[in-house]
Design a protein around this ligand. Sequence first.
Ligand code: SF4
Length: 449
Amino acid sequence: MTRKLFIKTYGCQMNAYDSARIADVMAPHGYSLVDDAAGADMVVLNTCHIREKAAEKVYSELGRLRRAKEEKAANGERMLIAVAGCVAQAEGEEMIVRAPLVDIVVGPQVYHRLPEMVAKLSRGEGRALDTEFPAMDKFDALPGTKTAPGPTAFLTVQEGCDKFCTFCVVPYTRGAEYSRSVAQIEAEARHVADLGVKELTLLGQNVNAYHGIGPDGEPWGLGRLIRRLAKIDEIARLRYTTSHPRDMSDELIDAHAHEPKLMPYLHLPVQSGSDRVLEAMNRGHTAEDYKRLVERIRRARPDIALSSDFIVGFPGETDEDFEATMALIRDVGYAQAFSFKYSPRPGTPAAVARKQIADNVKEDRLAGLQDLLRRQADTFAAACVGREMDVLFEHRGRYADQLVGRSPYLQPVHARAPERLLGRLARVRLVEAKSNSMAGELADMAVAL
Ligand code: SF4
């Protein structure tokens, strides 16, 4: 009997990848994905714990699910509710107490055990909680993807983090750094390539710390892994995220210089431009180190575009510290960037630090920083107008003969294009920069790359 499975994903791309794998895990047990929680037999909330708001969102969503679950029960049916991901990992027991309507609480390292937990529930063995960091690699227990994810896909190559930045929960919710073997990653890449994937984004909380065992029995770095995956003919593009400046190896920078399938777009979080704040964050590098690294990367790949992450209002941040961040942004110049007000996370050192910054000061600094970043993004987009780029068309646009895809710089590009180019790369001339996308026209209708 087919059962309806609804998965709501919060947070990062790795959660998006995990949600797709959770669907793969439940499919052999008769669960197929639906787009709406109403009427679902099982609802999975795959959660994010990175900021306060993110965790609270889960409890308000559970509040909304209460009625749907009660309506199912009134019809003599059962709706299972499972909370997965980083809030499940961080709150485990507390969630079981705080949210009685939740049947399963499962951490990000053990979601391959969901079928067993559901079976135990159906045998009346009560609510299930599993937030273990198992010795055995969950990836060995995950069934292969059956459904074509479209022309682009995420692929987790590394998980966890050993950096312990003082504001971050990841080392506590995702555990120690773990890298999958090259053989396992290559097999999954070939599998999704056979399903029509043209672009792979390699994922890791600290992806450039990748050190998986290669076929020669030696640890391989991310640069070497990328060159290996680039040998898969069907894969036309490779990307990776999220990196730490301290793990940008020569080998990886060399891959940017010499591997044409590696896209010229790098997300390299710096968080702050103040050495005092970087030290308090335990980032392990200075603003000068970061700028020198950016210069090395730009020498290797002059057409590369950069994005980053910024936190304003970190405990103790002064006006001078904030100005140092603004100065770094002006020096580097970003095509894109994500910026946040510091949010104290339970269990992290910075959450109990003295000199917490007032929210109105955070708001002001964030507004100033986002204005500068917005102007830089607009300048970058404007500089792309008139250039020709390869665009991978991913889906239909708003208009009948319009397709939407991504440029090498991850810019959304919409253009009038024939249906047959869906899932394919085509040369496009960028003709206009819009607020969050580019308008383009096919450079050559006849030639579909
Ligand atoms: S490197 Fe990234 S994931 Fe790791 S602790 Fe720092 S911010 Fe968190």
